[in-house]
Design a protein around this ligand. Structure first.
Ligand SMILES: [Fe+2]
Length: 226
């Protein structure tokens, strides 16, 4: 008997966030903080990632936790406590980045190392949190909601994104997914989203974020020109 997999609410976005955070973790560890130009580019990318991470927490709270609490009061409490912890980390990381930028260049490596350590603590906490959501909350969602309901919640989140935010999340999610997951997500989008929105995701997210071989395979599966 084949068991149909349930709708994976957290999987794709969490894979993308893990990829984005892991890449930054590696870059922060190997960055020469006396090189002001590349360090500034790294801090800009770090700020952009933290903005996506913060917006993701807000999406879950506004669209998912309210629905979850309505069916099982208190079920989102632990997750929301963990989100508060993340917000404290975001404020700490913002302070550390500003302090680095305000310091003389000779002190940048020491500030950079402090930033690396604080970011590693955030990544550890966020990985633990996302694991809790997928391993503990995921099965609760499947018990309390039909797949169509979870999909509808997901659609309200997607509808709340600006086009730029949508592309930024897609740039993280697509290279983080398996080829089959990628083709599944984008064939759904090809069938259901406006043609321009789908074309923008292909041109601005899939093409620049995937190795050529993976993009060609995806284009073949979607029936679009590579
Ligand atoms: Fe969360």
């Amino acid at each position: 008997m084949t068991v149909m997999p349930r709708y994976d609410f957290y999987g794709p976005i969490h894979k993308g966030l893990r990829l984005g955070l892991s890449r930054l973790m590696l870059r922060l560890g190997s960055q020469d903080f006396t090189d002001s130009v590349s360090a500034a580019a790294l801090l800009a990318d770090l700020r952009a990632q933290l903005a996506l991470s913060a917006a993701h927490l807000e999406h879950e709270e506004t669209h998912l936790h309210k629905a979850l609490d309505a069916r099982l009061p208190g079920a989102a409490r632990t997750l929301e406590d963990q989100h508060r912890g993340h917000q404290t980390r975001f404020a700490q990381l913002a302070r550390l980045m500003a302090a680095l930028e305000a310091a003389p260049v000779a002190e940048h490596p020491a500030h950079g190392h402090g930033l690396y350590l604080a970011f590693s603590a955030f990544v550890a906490e966020d990985f633990h949190h996302m694991h809790e959501e997928e391993a503990v909350t995921g099965p609760i969602l499947h018990r309390l909601f039909a797949d169509e309901e979870l999909q509808a919640i997901e659609m309200t989140i997607i509808a709340s994104l600006t086009p730029d935010e949508n592309i930024a999340y897609m740039r993280l999610m697509l290279p983080a997914m398996t080829p089959a997951e990628r083709a599944g997500l984008l064939s759904g989008m090809k069938a259901g989203a406006p043609a321009e929105a789908f074309a923008a995701v292909i041109e601005l997210a899939a093409k620049p974020s995937l190795p050529a071989r993976d993009f060609d395979r995806l284009a073949g599966e979607l029936g679009i020109a590579a």
